[in-house]
Design a binder for this molecule. Structure first.
Ligand SMILES: Nc1ncnc2c1ncn2[C@@H]1O[C@H](COP(=O)(O)OP(=O)(O)OP(=O)(O)O)[C@@H](O)[C@H]1O
Ligand SMILES: [Mg+2]
Length: 242
């Protein structure tokens, strides 16, 4: 493994649950400042693999390397703090949007003064400053997901792990968020894994894609290599879209 370049790396990583193999990854590496899309059908093992990379699901065998360090029991907490995860459900606490972000930063030990600055900045960057005092439970799906992304960015992670964050959103909401997030990821040279089963979302965020099928990586390459010229030439969105 080329340590300097690789931010997240695994080799010969397996997970078995209840006697069933959930995934077996021969090799996968996310380079620094790279956004890797992981695409595959329902049940392929995408979420299970993401949880393992987030050090939230122990693999049956193999190790995960984050930022050049192999994860062990002793260092998992420290390595987890280099990462932020966004799930399909926003998982906000029953408090205001602003309090949600502040709570996350408090848990990571960020001093209050700096936390306040970061929260104001990221709410603004995600266009939701006006929602700061609103209770999270009354947000629309798209607003909640913006809050969840703002919370993840406010943590200033080295690695962002996204598990189908837009799957529950309607098309215009999804497209706006994909555009905003794509701009931020490249502006910040963020290292990220973007899990989706909807390949039309991929070009907004990623330049490389790995295809997971029945727990195995069956393709891994540039969008062009994996999807071919034809698909890239076609409009990825509905033809009635202007
Ligand atoms: N705790 C568990 N015990 C047993 N099987 C599990 C467990 N968690 C996941 N699985 C199985 O592992 C397989 C992969 O699940 P996973 O959620 O990782 O797929 P996915 O690619 O994220 O699917 P989706 O697109 O539906 O989110 C599925 O067949 C699922 O039933
Ligand atoms: Mg999943």
């Amino acid at each position: 493994m080329i340590q300097g370049e690789t931010m997240v790396g695994v080799e010969d990583l397996r997970l078995e649950l209840g006697g069933r193999q959930i995934y077996h990854i021969d090799r996968l590496a996310i380079r620094r400042a790279e956004v890797l899309a992981l695409v595959g059908p329902n049940g392929a093992g995408k979420s299970s693999l993401l949880l393992t990379l987030a050090l939230l699901q122990k693999p049956t065998s193999g190790t995960v390397e984050i930022d050049g360090e192999a994860a062990r029991n002793g260092n998992a907490l420290g390595l987890r703090r280099k990462m932020a995860v966004v799930f399909q459900q926003a998982l906000l606490l029953d408090m205001t949007v602003r309090q949600n972000l502040l709570a996350a930063l408090r848990i990571r030990g960020i001093p209050r003064r700096e936390a306040l600055e970061r929260v104001a900045y990221w709410l603004d960057r995600f266009g939701i400053s006006s929602l700061a005092q609103r209770p999270a439970r009354v947000l629309s799906g798209g607003e909640a997901q913006r809050a969840s992304l703002a919370r993840a960015f406010a943590l200033e992670p080295r690695v962002l792990l996204l598990d189908e964050p837009f799957a529950a959103l309607d098309y215009p909401t999804r497209k706006a968020l994909l555009n905003d997030l794509g701009g931020l990821l490249s502006e910040m040279s963020m290292t990220a894994l973007f899990v989706t089963h909807d390949y039309t979302e991929i070009p907004y965020l990623a330049e490389r894609v790995a295809v997971l099928h029945q727990g195995r990586i069956v393709k891994d390459g540039s969008l062009r290599e994996v999807f071919g010229e034809d698909m890239l030439k076609r409009s990825l969105w509905a033809p009635w879209e202007t």
